[in-house]
Design a protein around this ligand. Structure first.
Ligand code: ADP
Ligand code: MG
Ligand code: MG
Length: 252
């Protein structure tokens, strides 16, 4: 049983002329097995939350805490965060030319688990996970993110999720740029990971569409750098009908 706890988190970025506060007191708790959807208008700070938890150097935490099972996540290096059991799929994963998907995944698995997985079972596990995500075998030998389509990037992200078996996974815009079939396959991957490893999932999304496949237990509406409203799955349904207008109107 793992718990990610975010308390009164304030985050700023340096822009050309000044420092801008983007997160203005975020409170959120994600436990093993739970699925939380963070929804909200563009520019509300959703990705900033993901980057901040990931330890992206551009985002300065000015106050508040993030803990995983009581351990101070903000004091950890990026690698330590992964080893502690956090998985952070980025909205725009970087290219790692020359490193094949298989090697990348094995290196990541070794880093996270502290020992190199046995080659034979590892190859089998990768192949099985790839087959479930309807990925071509050749994909394993391609350079990481080198010429990946939007859909391939997302599948690669979920492949990592399934193989790295994190305690808590933060997925930012996993649904963006996916057609309906790909969306369903990727969503099934998230659901599988959760069913198998009891992963706690923080699913960040602008659109409600992915929530037809990944059922959230909790929905948090993010507006202007903090949680403006919280509820159960019914809140997502309401947002699907009404959009974010009522939150944006309330802001002025
Ligand atoms: P969302 O993911 O909800 O669309 P973001 O977290 O990407 O929102 O952005 C929130 C706000 O912070 C936006 O106004 C955006 O322009 C600003 N912002 C985010 N990252 C940076 C950055 N690296 N430099 C400057 N401004 C940023
Ligand atoms: Mg669940
Ligand atoms: Mg975003």
């Amino acid at each position: 049983m793992a718990t990610l706890e975010i308390r009164d988190l304030h985050v700023s970025v340096d822009t050309e002329n000044d420092t801008k506060e983007i997160l203005k007191g975020v409170n959120l708790t994600v436990r093993s097995g739970e699925t939380h959807a963070i929804m909200g208008p563009n520019g509300s700070g959703k990705s900033t939350l993901a980057y901040s938890i990931a330890g992206h150097p551009k985002y300065a935490v000015t106050s508040g805490t993030v803990t995983l099972d009581g351990e101070d996540v903000l004091a950890m290096s990026v690698d330590e965060r992964a080893r502690a059991g956090l998985f952070l799929a980025m909205q725009y994963p970087v290219e790692v030319p020359g490193v094949t998907v298989t090697n990348f995944l094995r290196t990541a698995k070794t880093a996270v688990s502290g020992e190199a997985p046995k080659l034979r079972t590892w190859t089998k596990d990768v192949k099985a996970a790839m087959a479930e995500l309807r990925m071509d075998n050749d994909f394993a030998e391609r350079g990481v993110n080198e010429g990946f389509s939007g859909g391939e990037k997302k599948r690669h992200e979920i492949l990592q999720l399934e193989l790295l078996e994190p305690k808590i996974a933060i997925l930012d815009e996993t649904d963006s740029g996916l057609d309906v079939d790909a969306l369903r396959i990727v969503s099934e991957g998230v659901n599988r990971a959760q069913g198998k490893d009891n992963t706690g999932v923080l699913l960040i999304t602008h659109y409600t569409r992915i929530l037809r496949y990944i059922k959230p237990d909790f929905v948090h509406v993010f507006v202007d750098g903090k949680v403006a409203e919280e509820g159960g799955p019914e809140l997502a349904e309401r947002l699907e009908e009404e959009g974010y207008d009522r939150f944006l109107a309330a802001r002025v």
